[in-house]
Design a binder for this molecule. Sequence first.
Ligand code: GLA
Length: 374
Amino acid sequence: MRPEPLLAATPPMGLNTWNTFGAGINEQLIIELADALVRTGLRDAGYDYLVIDDFWQADKRDADGRLVADPSRFPSGMAALAEEIHERDLKFGIYSCAGALTCGGKPGSYGHEPIDADTFADWGADFVKYDHCHIPAGADPVTLYRRFGQALRLTGRPIVYSICEWGRNEPWTWAASVGAHLWRTTNDIVDTWASIEHIGFRQYALHPYAGPGHWNDPDMLVVGLYGKGNVAQDHHPSDTEYFTHFGLWCMLAAPLFIGCDIRQFNPLARRILMNEELIAIDQDPLGRQAARITKDARTEVWARPLTDGTWAVGLFNRGDIPRTLAVGFEALGLEREAQCRVKDCWAGEDLGRFTSAFTSPVDPHGSMILRISV
Ligand code: GLA
C-alpha cells in the first residue's frame, strides 16, 4: 500500500477572510476572492487555501443538529460554495470553535464534534480552523481539541486541522499529538508595527516544535492592509515594516495566510507576497523554523538551514535608527575563515563572496533576508 501523502508537508498558504472582512462575509465576496486568487497569480504562487473565518453560520442548527450557513448571506449553501472554490483549483477552509459559541457568538462545536466534522467533510472541506472562545467552565481544552481532531480523522477525508488556541496552553507541546497540522502561538495580530514586532520576535523558543506536517502559527498576514479592514488600527505599518513582517514569517516557516483585500491588490503588497525567493524559504521542504542566533538591544539575526545545504539568514533592525548588522559564518556552523556566497533574496541579487562574515547597514524596522552558501 502506498502511504498517504503527508498533509501540510510545508506550511499551508492561502487567504483568510478575517483580517479584512471580519463579520462582513457572503458568498458573492468569497467567489470574488476565489477569482482574485486565480487572476492575480497568487494561487499559482502557492496560496491555494481559501478559508472562510467566523460569521458564516446561521444562528441556529437545523432540525438534524447540523450547522448551516446563514441563508441570507450564503443562499446557495456551503457545499455549493465549496464546489465553486474547488472548480478554481483552490482548497476550501472553514471555521468553528471548541466552545459552545464561536468568538463571534455563533453556534460552536462543543458537544457536536462528530456531526460538525462530518458536515465539514460532506461539504468538501480541506481545512478547518478551530477556535478557543466560550469553552465551558471546567472543560479541558486539550481534551476538546483532541476530540475534534479524532472526529476529523474519522471522516476519512484529509483535512488540515488548524488549532486557534492563542498559545494559552503551550499547544506546541501537544497539538501535533491531537492531530493538528498548525497551531496559533499568540493572540490576534492587528495591522500595526507594534503587533508584528511583538508577535514575530517572540517566536524565538519555538523552532524545535515545527516541521513537516506540524507548524507553529504566529497568525495571519497583515501585509497590504494599509489601515483598512477588520484588524486595522490608527497607525498602519510602513512599507519597510510590511517587508520585515513577511520576511520574518518566512524565516519562521509560518503558515502564510493573506489578510488584505486582493480584489484591489496593491502593487507593493503584490511584490512582497509574491516574492519567489521568500516563498521558497518559507516552503523549504526541510521545514526547519529559524532560530535566533544573535541579539542585542535592538538588532537580531535569525537563521534556518535549507534542504539544499544553504542557509537562510535574516538581519533585523528593531531600532529607530539605521544600524549595521553582521552574520558571522561561524555561527552557522561553518569554519571561521569560510568563504561564502551571499544572495539578497528580496532583490534576487548575488552580492558576491565574503570571508568570515557578511555585514550590511539595515534601515530602522527594516531587514535583510539572505541565502548563504559555501
Ligand atoms: C478569534 C481568532 C481570530 C478570528 C476570530 C473570529 O479572535 O483568534 O483569528 O478567527 O476569533 O471571531
